[in-house]
Ligand binder design. Sequence first.
Ligand code: CP
Length: 327
Amino acid sequence: MRQFNTTPTHNIDAEINWSRRHLLDIDSFSRDEFNYVTNTALAMQEILTRPIKKVPALRGKTIVTLFYEPSTRTRGSFELAAKHLSADVVNLSPPASSITKGENLRDTLRTLEVMGADTIILRHHMAGAPHFAARHAKSCIINAGDGWHAHPTQTLLDIYTIQKYKKNVEGLKIVILGDSRHSRVARSNISGLTRMGAYITLCGPPTLLPFSIGRNDSVQSMLKVELDINKALDGADVVIALRIQKERQKAGLIPGIEEYISGYQLTGHRLKQAKPDAIVMHPGPVNEDIEISMEVVRCSQSVIDEQVANGIAIRMAILYLINRGNG
Ligand code: CP
Protein backbone atom coordinates (compact mmCIF):
# COMPACT_ATOMS: atom_id res chain seq x y z
CA MET A 1 0.00 0.00 0.00
CA ARG A 2 1.17 3.52 -0.76
CA GLN A 3 2.12 5.93 1.99
CA PHE A 4 -0.28 8.77 2.58
CA ASN A 5 0.92 12.20 1.68
CA THR A 6 -0.31 13.80 4.87
CA THR A 7 0.67 17.27 3.76
CA PRO A 8 -2.44 19.07 2.58
CA THR A 9 -1.89 20.09 -1.02
CA HIS A 10 -5.23 21.74 -1.53
CA ASN A 11 -6.38 25.21 -0.62
CA ILE A 12 -6.15 25.22 3.15
CA ASP A 13 -7.33 28.82 3.29
CA ALA A 14 -10.80 27.95 2.04
CA GLU A 15 -13.11 29.28 4.73
CA ILE A 16 -16.80 29.50 4.06
CA ASN A 17 -20.00 30.09 5.86
CA TRP A 18 -21.40 26.54 5.86
CA SER A 19 -25.19 26.73 5.93
CA ARG A 20 -26.35 23.40 4.49
CA ARG A 21 -28.85 21.47 6.65
CA HIS A 22 -28.90 18.49 4.31
CA LEU A 23 -26.45 16.76 1.96
CA LEU A 24 -28.58 15.59 -0.95
CA ASP A 25 -26.16 15.92 -3.86
CA ILE A 26 -23.06 17.91 -4.71
CA ASP A 27 -24.34 19.55 -7.89
CA SER A 28 -24.47 22.97 -6.27
CA PHE A 29 -21.15 22.72 -4.39
CA SER A 30 -18.58 25.40 -5.11
CA ARG A 31 -14.87 24.62 -5.24
CA ASP A 32 -14.47 26.38 -1.89
CA GLU A 33 -17.12 24.15 -0.36
CA PHE A 34 -15.36 21.00 -1.59
CA ASN A 35 -12.10 22.29 -0.13
CA TYR A 36 -13.81 23.22 3.12
CA VAL A 37 -15.12 19.67 3.52
CA THR A 38 -11.78 18.07 2.64
CA ASN A 39 -9.92 20.42 4.98
CA THR A 40 -12.34 19.51 7.76
CA ALA A 41 -11.71 15.84 6.93
CA LEU A 42 -7.96 16.43 7.33
CA ALA A 43 -8.61 17.60 10.87
CA MET A 44 -10.83 14.57 11.46
CA GLN A 45 -8.11 12.27 10.16
CA GLU A 46 -5.81 13.52 12.92
CA ILE A 47 -8.38 12.34 15.49
CA LEU A 48 -8.20 8.89 13.89
CA THR A 49 -4.46 8.68 14.61
CA ARG A 50 -4.97 9.11 18.37
CA PRO A 51 -4.97 6.15 20.78
CA ILE A 52 -8.54 7.11 21.81
CA LYS A 53 -10.32 8.04 18.59
CA LYS A 54 -13.17 9.95 20.14
CA VAL A 55 -14.08 13.61 20.56
CA PRO A 56 -17.27 15.03 22.10
CA ALA A 57 -18.27 17.12 19.06
CA LEU A 58 -21.68 15.43 18.59
CA ARG A 59 -22.35 14.33 22.17
CA GLY A 60 -26.11 14.31 22.72
CA LYS A 61 -26.91 14.05 18.99
CA THR A 62 -28.81 11.08 17.60
CA ILE A 63 -27.81 9.80 14.18
CA VAL A 64 -29.89 7.17 12.36
CA THR A 65 -28.70 5.12 9.40
CA LEU A 66 -31.68 4.04 7.29
CA PHE A 67 -30.50 1.81 4.45
CA TYR A 68 -33.06 0.31 2.05
CA GLU A 69 -30.19 -1.19 0.01
CA PRO A 70 -27.19 -3.23 1.17
CA SER A 71 -23.97 -1.42 2.04
CA THR A 72 -20.67 -2.25 3.69
CA ARG A 73 -18.50 0.85 3.23
CA THR A 74 -20.96 3.71 3.43
CA ARG A 75 -23.01 2.41 6.31
CA GLY A 76 -20.03 1.11 8.29
CA SER A 77 -18.04 4.31 7.89
CA PHE A 78 -21.00 6.55 8.77
CA GLU A 79 -21.55 4.51 11.93
CA LEU A 80 -17.89 4.67 12.88
CA ALA A 81 -17.74 8.39 12.04
CA ALA A 82 -20.74 9.14 14.27
CA LYS A 83 -19.27 7.09 17.13
CA HIS A 84 -15.86 8.83 16.84
CA LEU A 85 -17.78 12.10 17.30
CA SER A 86 -19.63 10.68 20.36
CA ALA A 87 -23.11 10.69 18.78
CA ASP A 88 -25.71 8.06 19.66
CA VAL A 89 -26.22 5.84 16.63
CA VAL A 90 -29.24 3.79 15.62
CA ASN A 91 -29.01 1.49 12.60
CA LEU A 92 -32.33 0.70 11.00
CA SER A 93 -32.58 -2.10 8.50
CA PRO A 94 -35.89 -2.22 6.55
CA PRO A 95 -36.12 -6.06 6.54
CA ALA A 96 -36.08 -5.96 10.36
CA SER A 97 -38.40 -2.97 10.82
CA SER A 98 -42.09 -2.12 10.47
CA ILE A 99 -41.39 -1.22 6.84
CA THR A 100 -42.12 -4.91 6.20
CA LYS A 101 -45.61 -4.29 7.66
CA GLY A 102 -46.34 -1.61 5.09
CA GLU A 103 -44.96 1.48 6.82
CA ASN A 104 -44.08 4.01 4.13
CA LEU A 105 -40.99 6.23 3.98
CA ARG A 106 -42.87 9.26 5.27
CA ASP A 107 -44.17 7.32 8.29
CA THR A 108 -40.72 5.92 8.99
CA LEU A 109 -39.17 9.38 8.86
CA ARG A 110 -41.83 10.83 11.16
CA THR A 111 -41.37 7.98 13.63
CA LEU A 112 -37.60 8.50 13.71
CA GLU A 113 -38.10 12.22 14.16
CA VAL A 114 -40.45 11.69 17.11
CA MET A 115 -37.77 9.47 18.63
CA GLY A 116 -35.37 12.41 18.39
CA ALA A 117 -33.27 11.68 15.30
CA ASP A 118 -31.16 14.77 14.58
CA THR A 119 -29.74 13.34 11.36
CA ILE A 120 -31.00 10.54 9.13
CA ILE A 121 -28.56 8.97 6.70
CA LEU A 122 -30.65 7.47 3.91
CA ARG A 123 -29.79 5.00 1.17
CA HIS A 124 -32.69 4.17 -1.13
CA HIS A 125 -33.21 2.42 -4.46
CA MET A 126 -35.47 5.29 -5.64
CA ALA A 127 -33.67 8.31 -7.10
CA GLY A 128 -34.90 11.41 -5.28
CA ALA A 129 -35.88 9.64 -2.02
CA PRO A 130 -33.49 11.81 0.07
CA HIS A 131 -34.94 14.97 -1.55
CA PHE A 132 -38.43 13.74 -0.63
CA ALA A 133 -37.20 13.07 2.91
CA ALA A 134 -35.68 16.56 3.19
CA ARG A 135 -39.01 18.09 2.14
CA HIS A 136 -41.00 16.13 4.73
CA ALA A 137 -38.67 15.64 7.69
CA LYS A 138 -37.37 18.10 10.24
CA SER A 139 -34.20 16.03 10.75
CA CYS A 140 -31.09 16.70 8.67
CA ILE A 141 -30.94 14.28 5.73
CA ILE A 142 -27.76 12.87 4.24
CA ASN A 143 -27.97 11.02 0.93
CA ALA A 144 -26.00 7.77 1.20
CA GLY A 145 -26.84 6.81 -2.40
CA ASP A 146 -30.20 7.04 -4.22
CA GLY A 147 -30.91 4.87 -7.24
CA TRP A 148 -28.77 5.85 -10.22
CA HIS A 149 -28.86 9.48 -9.14
CA ALA A 150 -26.19 10.50 -6.64
CA HIS A 151 -23.67 9.36 -4.05
CA PRO A 152 -22.33 12.63 -2.68
CA THR A 153 -20.12 11.33 0.13
CA GLN A 154 -18.41 8.93 -2.32
CA THR A 155 -17.46 11.90 -4.48
CA LEU A 156 -16.24 13.86 -1.46
CA LEU A 157 -14.03 10.98 -0.35
CA ASP A 158 -12.79 10.48 -3.91
CA ILE A 159 -11.82 14.16 -4.17
CA TYR A 160 -10.14 13.92 -0.75
CA THR A 161 -8.20 10.83 -1.85
CA ILE A 162 -7.09 12.46 -5.11
CA GLN A 163 -5.99 15.59 -3.23
CA LYS A 164 -3.72 13.43 -1.08
CA TYR A 165 -1.80 12.20 -4.13
CA LYS A 166 -1.99 15.02 -6.65
CA LYS A 167 -0.96 18.60 -6.25
CA ASN A 168 -4.24 19.87 -7.59
CA VAL A 169 -7.40 18.30 -8.99
CA GLU A 170 -7.57 21.11 -11.55
CA GLY A 171 -6.21 20.02 -14.92
CA LEU A 172 -6.00 16.31 -14.10
CA LYS A 173 -7.06 13.76 -16.69
CA ILE A 174 -9.44 11.36 -14.94
CA VAL A 175 -10.78 8.26 -16.67
CA ILE A 176 -14.04 6.73 -15.47
CA LEU A 177 -14.06 3.20 -16.82
CA GLY A 178 -17.06 0.90 -17.10
CA ASP A 179 -20.77 1.32 -16.49
CA SER A 180 -21.21 5.06 -16.09
CA ARG A 181 -24.81 4.91 -17.38
CA HIS A 182 -26.24 3.16 -14.31
CA SER A 183 -23.77 4.48 -11.75
CA ARG A 184 -24.64 7.08 -9.10
CA VAL A 185 -20.93 7.25 -8.30
CA ALA A 186 -20.18 8.25 -11.90
CA ARG A 187 -22.92 10.89 -11.94
CA SER A 188 -21.71 12.51 -8.73
CA ASN A 189 -18.05 12.21 -9.71
CA ILE A 190 -18.63 13.81 -13.11
CA SER A 191 -20.39 16.70 -11.40
CA GLY A 192 -17.86 17.11 -8.58
CA LEU A 193 -14.60 16.47 -10.39
CA THR A 194 -15.40 18.76 -13.35
CA ARG A 195 -16.38 21.45 -10.84
CA MET A 196 -12.91 21.00 -9.33
CA GLY A 197 -11.39 21.53 -12.78
CA ALA A 198 -10.59 17.95 -13.83
CA TYR A 199 -11.05 16.65 -17.40
CA ILE A 200 -13.12 13.47 -17.44
CA THR A 201 -12.97 10.73 -20.05
CA LEU A 202 -15.75 8.17 -19.93
CA CYS A 203 -14.80 4.80 -21.37
CA GLY A 204 -16.83 1.62 -21.73
CA PRO A 205 -19.13 -0.25 -24.10
CA PRO A 206 -21.50 2.24 -25.80
CA THR A 207 -24.49 0.55 -24.09
CA LEU A 208 -23.05 1.38 -20.66
CA LEU A 209 -22.30 5.04 -21.38
CA PRO A 210 -24.81 7.79 -20.49
CA PHE A 211 -27.38 8.87 -23.07
CA SER A 212 -26.64 12.47 -22.24
CA ILE A 213 -23.80 13.73 -20.16
CA GLY A 214 -23.74 16.82 -18.07
CA ARG A 215 -26.55 19.27 -17.63
CA ASN A 216 -24.65 22.41 -18.46
CA ASP A 217 -22.02 23.62 -20.87
CA SER A 218 -19.30 23.96 -18.25
CA VAL A 219 -19.57 20.21 -17.48
CA GLN A 220 -19.85 19.25 -21.17
CA SER A 221 -16.64 21.07 -22.05
CA MET A 222 -14.71 19.06 -19.43
CA LEU A 223 -16.10 15.72 -20.51
CA LYS A 224 -15.42 13.34 -23.38
CA VAL A 225 -16.21 9.78 -24.38
CA GLU A 226 -13.59 7.37 -25.72
CA LEU A 227 -14.56 3.82 -26.65
CA ASP A 228 -10.97 2.60 -27.10
CA ILE A 229 -9.59 1.78 -23.66
CA ASN A 230 -5.95 2.29 -24.66
CA LYS A 231 -6.67 5.77 -26.03
CA ALA A 232 -8.77 6.59 -22.97
CA LEU A 233 -6.00 5.60 -20.56
CA ASP A 234 -3.27 7.42 -22.50
CA GLY A 235 -1.71 10.00 -20.15
CA ALA A 236 -4.33 9.54 -17.41
CA ASP A 237 -3.57 10.84 -13.90
CA VAL A 238 -6.40 8.94 -12.22
CA VAL A 239 -8.35 5.86 -13.31
CA ILE A 240 -11.66 5.12 -11.59
CA ALA A 241 -12.98 1.64 -12.43
CA LEU A 242 -16.67 1.02 -11.81
CA ARG A 243 -18.37 -2.19 -10.76
CA ILE A 244 -20.02 -4.13 -13.55
CA GLN A 245 -23.44 -5.12 -12.30
CA LYS A 246 -24.37 -8.63 -13.41
CA GLU A 247 -27.94 -7.55 -14.19
CA ARG A 248 -26.58 -5.51 -17.12
CA GLN A 249 -25.67 -8.73 -18.86
CA LYS A 250 -29.16 -10.15 -18.14
CA ALA A 251 -30.62 -6.96 -19.64
CA GLY A 252 -28.63 -7.58 -22.80
CA LEU A 253 -26.49 -4.45 -22.47
CA ILE A 254 -23.27 -6.41 -22.81
CA PRO A 255 -22.91 -9.60 -24.83
CA GLY A 256 -21.13 -11.41 -22.02
CA ILE A 257 -18.68 -10.99 -19.18
CA GLU A 258 -15.85 -12.47 -21.27
CA GLU A 259 -16.38 -9.82 -23.98
CA TYR A 260 -16.42 -7.10 -21.35
CA ILE A 261 -13.19 -8.40 -19.80
CA SER A 262 -11.51 -8.61 -23.17
CA GLY A 263 -12.51 -5.06 -24.16
CA TYR A 264 -12.54 -3.09 -20.93
CA GLN A 265 -10.98 -4.82 -17.93
CA LEU A 266 -8.34 -2.62 -16.31
CA THR A 267 -5.26 -4.84 -16.52
CA GLY A 268 -1.66 -4.15 -15.56
CA HIS A 269 -0.74 -4.08 -19.24
CA ARG A 270 -3.41 -1.49 -20.08
CA LEU A 271 -2.59 0.62 -17.04
CA LYS A 272 0.87 1.22 -18.56
CA GLN A 273 -0.83 3.67 -20.97
CA ALA A 274 -1.56 5.96 -18.01
CA LYS A 275 1.06 8.20 -16.42
CA PRO A 276 3.60 6.27 -14.31
CA ASP A 277 2.30 8.00 -11.17
CA ALA A 278 -1.37 7.49 -12.03
CA ILE A 279 -3.55 6.26 -9.19
CA VAL A 280 -6.23 3.59 -9.51
CA MET A 281 -9.55 3.93 -7.68
CA HIS A 282 -12.74 1.90 -7.33
CA PRO A 283 -15.75 2.72 -5.15
CA GLY A 284 -16.23 -0.96 -4.24
CA PRO A 285 -17.30 -3.62 -3.97
CA VAL A 286 -14.87 -4.97 -6.58
CA ASN A 287 -15.90 -7.85 -8.82
CA GLU A 288 -12.59 -9.65 -8.75
CA ASP A 289 -10.99 -10.02 -12.18
CA ILE A 290 -14.07 -8.61 -13.97
CA GLU A 291 -13.82 -4.81 -14.29
CA ILE A 292 -10.32 -4.73 -12.81
CA SER A 293 -7.67 -7.42 -12.50
CA MET A 294 -6.62 -8.42 -9.00
CA GLU A 295 -3.06 -7.66 -10.07
CA VAL A 296 -4.12 -3.99 -10.45
CA VAL A 297 -6.20 -3.99 -7.24
CA ARG A 298 -3.08 -5.05 -5.34
CA CYS A 299 -0.52 -2.96 -7.25
CA SER A 300 1.29 0.03 -5.73
CA GLN A 301 -0.81 2.44 -7.79
CA SER A 302 -4.06 1.21 -6.26
CA VAL A 303 -5.56 3.48 -3.57
CA ILE A 304 -8.77 1.48 -3.16
CA ASP A 305 -8.12 0.68 0.50
CA GLU A 306 -7.29 4.33 1.20
CA GLN A 307 -10.64 5.32 -0.31
CA VAL A 308 -12.38 3.14 2.27
CA ALA A 309 -10.29 4.56 5.11
CA ASN A 310 -10.79 8.15 3.90
CA GLY A 311 -14.54 7.55 3.91
CA ILE A 312 -14.51 7.69 7.72
CA ALA A 313 -12.79 11.10 7.91
CA ILE A 314 -15.01 12.55 5.18
CA ARG A 315 -18.18 11.29 6.86
CA MET A 316 -16.99 12.66 10.22
CA ALA A 317 -16.52 16.02 8.48
CA ILE A 318 -20.00 15.94 6.94
CA LEU A 319 -21.73 14.85 10.17
CA TYR A 320 -19.88 17.59 12.06
CA LEU A 321 -20.63 20.36 9.53
CA ILE A 322 -24.29 19.43 9.10
CA ASN A 323 -24.96 19.14 12.83
CA ARG A 324 -22.82 22.10 13.93
CA GLY A 325 -25.19 24.60 12.42
CA ASN A 326 -28.34 22.88 13.66
CA GLY A 327 -28.62 23.29 17.39
N1 CP B 1 -19.02 2.63 -2.37
C1 CP B 1 -20.15 2.18 -1.78
O1 CP B 1 -21.20 2.85 -1.78
O2 CP B 1 -20.01 0.98 -1.15
P1 CP B 1 -21.16 0.28 -0.27
O3 CP B 1 -22.28 -0.10 -1.19
O4 CP B 1 -20.48 -0.91 0.38
O5 CP B 1 -21.63 1.29 0.74
